[in-house]
Design a protein around this ligand. Structure first.
Ligand code: ZN
Length: 407
């Protein structure tokens, strides 16, 4: 068997500058008023001193559409959790409220609905009224004791007036007792099955329980958890393609982006509705089953959809929390490898079969340093060199494309 070989490409830092020559939106082509589009959402690069932006080449409408895509990814996917853990400023108000999350309390012998609170970096217990077949109704809340009877009355009134919505989730943890949940102004009945929900309503309506017992808040967390994210390969690919294509504009200008060869990627990112995605459930060890593993992305976004497979894609290595966008050409195909927050890379073929790049570019965000670094192939021997390991079979295609010699 042939031993895998590794070669290195030499990179150097540079400062990219957005060209102002033709101030057209790279997404829709309309003339764009001065604006500010962040290549990487500010929510994922908090405190960065040199966050790359486009000021002349993304119109307001397209920027808003891209923002909606970012918002979906930041609210529902595993990135929502990572964002609160890694990128929030201290005392920021972000939470993982849109990811239904449960931990198992040993003290209560029950699952508890919670979310991650950005300000305190700790678990926040949602206000919930448990209707366990094992015991009498139990109010769990972090609100002050003086508001407990008010909260109880609210739940009781909602049950009496049937002023609640019912959410049935078969994917809830086994042994999860049905409960009423206070979500902002609304009350939700959450249950694993319709039968359990129905039984809870009957039980709750029929019993005169006065004020339910309020649970102690020293809920011992046993480390058992279940988080219900959403995943859409298409939305994720659009999110990655958005950053890669705006990076292309930063590095090579809007005229390059507006070439007909990139029509498909422009439409892919900005046209069409944001998909709802499917549920993926993680427990304390990660995805619960093979079905819950978010699928890696390799997508041909060219007009012809005829990119060769396999193609000499580069898979950048990044620590958790780092973002990397590599933009490069392989024999007339323009590729982007995108790593967000250290997640597995997405590989996107943006253009081809006859599109070219002047260089091999990388944009790297180091969340420890809060700095973006931009590199391209090294030509100036007087400047320091940053090597990047490339597996042998990809190296030969890249070396041929860029006219490089192996050293
Ligand atoms: Zn536009």
């Amino acid at each position: 068997m042939q031993k895998p070989t590794m070669d290195f490409l030499a990179f150097q830092e540079f400062e990219p500058r957005e060209q102002r020559a033709s101030p057209n939106c790279i997404w829709c082509g309309a003339s764009a008023r001065t604006n500010r589009a962040h290549l990487i959402s500010r929510k994922l690069s908090t405190g960065a001193r040199n966050a790359p932006t486009l000021r002349f080449n993304v119109c307001e409408g397209c920027n808003t559409r891209c923002g909606g895509l970012e918002q979906w990814v930041l609210r529902f996917t595993p990135l929502s959790w990572v964002r609160v853990m890694l990128y929030l400023r201290p005392a920021s108000r972000g939470t993982t409220r849109d990811v239904p999350s449960y931990f198992f309390s040993g003290a209560m012998n029950e699952w508890v609905v919670f979310h991650l609170d950005g300000a305190s970096h700790s678990y926040a217990v949602a206000t919930q009224l448990l209707l366990s077949p094992k015991s009498s109704p139990m109010l769990l809340t972090q609100e002050a004791p003086e508001s407990h009877s008010l909260l109880s009355r609210r739940f009781m009134a909602a049950i009496r007036d049937k002023a609640f919505k019912t959410n049935i989730h078969e994917s809830l943890p086994a042994g999860f007792s049905p409960r009423f949940l206070l979500e902002g102004e609304h009350i939700l009945l959450v249950s694993r099955t319709t039968n359990e929900a129905q039984a809870s309503i009957e039980y709750a309506s029929g019993v005169d329980w006065g004020a339910p017992a309020a649970g102690r808040m020293c809920l011992e967390n046993t480390g058992r958890e279940q988080l219900h994210f959403r995943w859409s390969k298409t939305n994720w690919a659009r999110f990655c393609a958005k950053t890669a294509f705006e990076a292309l504009c930063l590095f090579e200008g809007s005229e390059k982006c507006l070439r007909p060869g990139f029509t498909f990627v422009r439409d892919f990112v900005t046209r069409g509705e944001i998909l709802p995605g499917r549920e993926v459930v993680f427990d304390e060890k990660g995805p619960r089953s093979a079905r819950d593993v978010p699928t890696p992305v390799f997508l041909d976004l060219t007009v012809s959809q005829a990119a060769p497979q396999p193609i000499a894609a580069v898979l950048p290595h990044a620590e958790a929390g780092m973002h990397v966008v590599a933009l490069y050409e392989v024999h007339g195909w323009v590729l982007a490898s995108v790593v967000v927050a250290g997640f597995p890379p997405s590989v996107l073929v943006l253009g081809g079969p006859d599109e070219h790049l002047d260089d091999f570019y990388q944009m790297i965000y180091d969340d420890q340093q809060c700095t973006f670094e931009f590199t391209r192939l090294a030509y100036d021997r007087s400047k320091p060199i940053v090597p990047m390991a490339i597996p042998g079979n990809s190296f030969s295609d890249l070396a041929e494309t860029y006219g490089l010699k192996s050293v």
